[in-house]
Ligand binder design. Sequence first.
Ligand code: K2U
Ligand code: NI
Length: 184
Amino acid sequence: MLTMEDIIRDGHPTLRKVAAEVHMPPSEEDAQILRSLLEYVINSQNPEIAYQYGLRPGIGLAAPQINVSKRMLAVHLTDDKGVLYSYALFNPKIISHSVEMAYLTSGEGCLSVDEPIPGYVPRYARITLKGINLDGEEIKLRLKGLPAICFQHEIDHLNGVMFYDHIDKQEPLKEIQGAIPIER
Ligand code: K2U
Ligand code: NI
């Protein structure tokens, strides 16, 4: 199982690379890596396991964060309506998005960034994405709210982008005009 020792930290060059597409059908090794990403996120949300192994809780994890520069990510979260979003995807791609923006009023964190970096992170309020799951099926998701924020955070990791790249340097906590504030 993955632990925090497997997660590389800000400053590691892999976090700034554009990750490579995964060739389909995936090798057993790539499938195992993707399964381990989802396993980490689920384990990190289990208080007993997280405490026992010192896991920082996360709702998403991307392969570059374990020093694998390939386009794979996992998300496991429940939205404000109690809907579970649990996905492990190869080659995810945002195929359309709203003009309207949104941001978490709590700001964002990252398992690869040890210290808090305050500031609002502008994201698309709604996205449509597609990807390939572990059963080899192409799936298409229309997302808003925290699920949309989370997938955008993870897809940024596949493109060498960190959440703080989006924060206004002059006024990090300035309200983002016209954007939907999301409480969590
Ligand atoms: O990619 C990662 O480092 C995991 C991120 C994912 C994430 C950060 C901010 C906003 C959405 C997703 C975090 O460590 S997960 C921590 C967390 C937990 C609950 C809500 C938001 C963030
Ligand atoms: Ni992150």
